[in-house]
Ligand binder design. Structure first.
Ligand SMILES: [Fe+2]
Length: 261
């Protein structure tokens, strides 16, 4: 299967975020995907669809996503609103009723898109209800490889500021998925930077944002002095075939696309 992985568009109906116009960035990503990757099975948008001002942003982002030639499956991040998302965006019919959490079976594998939102917090959680659903999903397809997408990483990534707003209870989450040997890879948004590695022998990858990027951890920075680096955005092209995974990061526009200051 071939999947386009996009994350963190931080869409706003009006205005800019950190000097960038998120509408220009998202439109550019969708156009690039349509031009070069219309053969993909679908796209996954791994959270933070909107920014801090939510009112009107989901109705405004919907027509941008509908321009895609392939289905775009949305997920929630810390900045999202489940009700707003449900009201305006298409979700797979098997999505949990209370959470934006679902599984997609394709080509002998299962993709799981988790809802890691913790209301009132920029950190995340997978509560007992979501964890029970995950355990059931992993158990019922124990013969299949499973690939998990989640907004919040369940462990520290040596990214100073972001490490403070990871998944609460990450160790327990890793204990739970560690009981199943069919979890083959984790894919995470939230940190606005590409990283890769392993956690408890499970490979993982993070990805940059469609909107603004986060600075490298050195020189040290804090939220109060946050300035996004002059790095172009990218999305991921993911090939999963017979248990093999290839992820390519693809720059879809110049850094100054959408720059308004
Ligand atoms: Fe984000």
């Amino acid at each position: 299967m071939k999947i386009i992985w996009m994350s963190d568009p931080h869409f706003q109906a009006t205005g800019t975020i950190d000097g960038l116009n998120p509408r220009v960035r998202l439109a550019s990503a969708i156009e690039h995907m349509n031009t070069h990757h219309s053969d993909a099975d679908f796209a996954i948008l791994s959270g933070d669809l909107v920014g801090d001002e939510i009112a009107g942003d989901y109705s405004a982002i919907a027509p941008y996503l509908r321009r895609a030639n392939i289905p775009v499956h949305p997920m929630v991040g810390n900045n999202d609103d489940r009700d707003g998302l449900r009201a305006h965006l298409d979700l797979p019919p098997q999505t949990m009723p209370d959470f934006i959490q679902y599984a997609i079976d394709l080509d002998g594998a299962r993709l799981i898109c988790l809802d890691t939102q913790k209301l009132g917090s920029h950190a995340g959680e997978v509560c007992s209800k979501r964890l029970a659903w995950l355990t059931q999903s992993l158990t019922e397809c124990r013969a299949k490889p499973v690939y998990i997408f989640m907004h919040h990483p369940p462990m520290r990534l040596h990214l100073p500021m972001q490490d403070d707003i990871m998944l609460d209870g990450g160790d327990h989450f890793l204990d739970v998925i560690g009981e199943h040997d069919n979890v083959k890879h984790l894919f995470m948004g939230h940190v606005h930077r590409p990283t890769c590695g392993t956690v408890r022998n499970i490979p993982f990858a993070t990805i940059g944002a469609l909107s603004f990027q986060a600075p490298a951890p050195h020189p040290a920075w804090e939220w109060d002095s946050f300035v996004s680096p002059p790095e172009a955005p990218h999305y991921g092209v993911l090939y999963i075939h017979e248990g093999n995974v290839t992820l390519q990061y693809v720059q879809f526009c110049a850094y100054d696309a959408g720059l308004e200051h």
